[in-house]
Design a protein. Structure first.
Lengths: 298, 306
């Protein structure tokens, strides 16, 4: 393989041109590109600063332990925090086996035939479907057809379907990263496909799979539209206790607070946002830690 | 796909039977994805067909009065579609140059240190929940930036929604376009540098046209994402259907209307309830069409260099 067919990062000192081009056009071009970068970074910075200056002062212990209220000073995020935790747990339990099972099947067991191409096309199409359409699916199938009502379970099933393509793709990448020699060694001593997967391939791919699952979960936690569509409550003054209870979730609660006319509720919403971002930050940090700690170098 | 030859499944032995059962269980997991697609199409189609028994298709696609809960009801979807397209257009006008600029810079110009900062910024931006963007649009962008600068801007307005939707899709356009540019082989750049070309000309005359199919696909995917966006447009542009091209006014998009019905007390089984499925079908058709178009463009016009 010649050098040109490897990764494309051009780092040849000579290939950058010996002299920097010194025309006005080049300068304007460079400035325009840097402006684009600046817009991107500035947007993120403004958003974070605005949210944090309004939200952090309001983020007190009472906020995390109180239920919602009509009075901005008393409103707290407890019920939707519990709702989000419920969802996180159920979605993990549902989507992990389904997603990893599908990834294992596609990578280890299936042959390149029409059936598997159909599944692959399917998965990439599902990844591009708007989340509110998943909400409509959940409403029709889980809430009404399967009679689960507007419960945490229906919400968790809907979100699991939403992130399933993410987990399948991440799982396949992780499995593909395991070198064939591992499998070949197992086959050479007489193992069946499942034995190889169970004892060699899957454990080797597990850190990558877990990272993918955690990233999928962080996506699920930030979703509001599917939950609204299946009828999750936006105003909730009790804490859900079973999977069949009605529920709310943090993004939903934030939406409700943002929509209220009293300006003090904007600060309450900001506090909710800061908490949500902290939860997401923690999950991503765990994912990165897992990836770095258990990453295998073949 | 496994690159090794298929393993014989040990015939009728206990181990063979177990292998087959496990294989079918795993295949079942993969079939869930097909079941999901069938479920989406079936649940949308079912209610939509019911919907069009009462509302006329012609009125739906050409009418300008969207008032499903009034008597007599109006089922013209154009105000909602118009709002969706206006906001998507504003978003695309903002996100395409910014996203492509970032992609070109990262791919052709940036030093390692700059990449190390910009890439995580893009990833963080991509991971922020859309409700947070919605809060930013309604509680910061409109009152602090748009209303002072542009007289006549309402508290709910399409401009704010469009700008923030654009901000949301910048990371996607930037990273997919950058992938497309990095896939252009080094030899093309090296050849240009060898005849004395500058980095700017290489970026604009060589790499950009070579990666154009991937870049076009990236932009179309961004459009698709913007069309399906719900929370930003609901919060920033409001829930009132309004056929207008004035971006200073609020106008409900297709997705915003679905939210409005889902939040309300519309009884299930009523015509107003079935409207959300008809709208869902419209939305699904639009995004599916764009996704397929994007895929086709990427495949058909991809330059092959090997």
């Amino acid at each position: 393989m010649s050098a040109t067919q490897q990764s494309v990062r051009v780092h040849l000192p000579l290939a950058r041109g010996r002299k920097a081009e010194r025309s006005l056009r080049a300068l304007l071009f460079h400035v325009a590109l840097l402006l684009c970068l600046a817009i991107g970074i500035l947007t993120l910075a403004t958003l974070l600063i605005d949210v944090m200056t309004d939200g952090v002062p309001r983020l007190t212990k009472e906020f995390v332990t109180s239920l919602d209220s009509r009075f901005p000073a008393k409103a707290g995020i407890l019920s939707s925090l519990i709702g989000t935790l419920w969802l996180m747990f159920l979605v993990a339990v549902i989507s992990f086996p389904l997603g990893v099972g599908a990834a294992v099947y596609l990578e280890e067991f299936s042959q390149r035939n029409r059936f598997s191409s159909l599944i692959e096309v399917n998965i990439s199409n599902l990844a591009g479907v708007p989340s509110i359409v998943y909400g409509l699916l959940g409403l029709a199938v889980f809430v009404r057809f399967m009679q689960l009502g507007r419960s945490v379970l229906a919400g968790a099933l809907t979100l699991s379907l939403l992130i399933l393509p993410v987990i399948i793709v991440a799982g396949r990448e992780a499995l593909r990263a395991v070198p064939p020699s591992i499998r070949e060694g197992a086959y050479a001593v007489g193992a069946t496909t499942w034995q190889t997967v169970r004892h060699q391939t899957l454990p080797a791919a597990l850190p990558g799979i877990l990272t993918g699952v955690i990233l999928g979960l962080s996506r699920a936690i930030g979703e509001t539209a599917p939950l609204i569509t299946i009828g999750a409550l936006t105003y909730l003054n009790f804490v859900p206790n079973t999977p069949m209870d009605r529920f709310s979730a943090m993004p939903l609660q934030i939406y409700n607070w943002v929509s209220r006319p009293q300006p003090e509720f904007a600060k309450v919403a900001a506090a909710g946002i800061v908490l949500l971002l902290l939860v997401l930050l923690a999950m991503n940090a765990i994912a990165i830690y897992l990836r770095n700690r258990f990453e295998q170098r073949w | 796909m496994s690159t090794l030859p298929p393993r014989p499944l040990a015939g009728g032995t206990v181990r063979g039977v177990r292998e087959r059962i496990i294989k079918w269980l795993l295949a079942g997991c993969a079939i869930v994805s097909i079941a999901t697609t069938i479920g989406i199409i079936a649940s949308l189609a079912f209610e939509t067909v019911d919907f069009f028994r009462e509302a006329s298709i012609v009125e739906f696609f050409t009418g300008t009065n969207w008032a499903p809960t009034y008597k007599p009801p109006g089922f013209g979807v154009l105000p909602l579609v118009g709002a969706t397209l206006l906001i998507t257009l504003i978003g695309a006008l903002v996100a395409t140059p910014v996203g492509l600029g970032i992609a070109i810079y990262l791919s052709e110009f940036a030093k390692r240190r700059v990449r190390k900062i910009v890439k995580p910024v893009l990833e963080v931006l991509a991971g922020i929940p859309t409700i947070v963007f919605g809060y930013f649009a309604l509680r910061f962008l409109t009152p602090e930036v748009l209303q002072p600068l542009i007289p006549g801007t309402q508290i709910f307005n399409a401009l704010s929604a469009g700008l923030v939707v654009g901000a949301m899709i910048v990371p996607q356009i930037a990273s997919v376009s950058e992938d497309a540019m990095r896939a252009v082989p080094r030899s093309l750049r090296e050849g240009a540098f060898a005849v004395g070309s500058t980095r700017r000309r290489v970026a604009t005359r060589i790499v950009f046209p070579a990666a154009l199919s991937g870049i076009a696909a990236a932009v179309i995917l961004g459009l698709s994402r913007a069309i399906g966006e719900t929370m930003i447009v609901t919060v920033a542009s409001g829930l009132g259907a309004n056929l207008s091209i004035d971006p200073r006014e609020g106008m409900a998009t297709i997705t915003a209307y679905i939210v409005q019905v889902s939040l309300g007390d519309t009884p299930t089984g009523s015509i107003a309830f079935r409207t959300i499925f008809a709208l869902g079908t419209t939305l699904f058709a639009m995004t599916l069409g764009l996704n397929i178009l994007s895929h086709r463009i990427a495949k058909r016009f991809r330059e092959r260099y090997e």
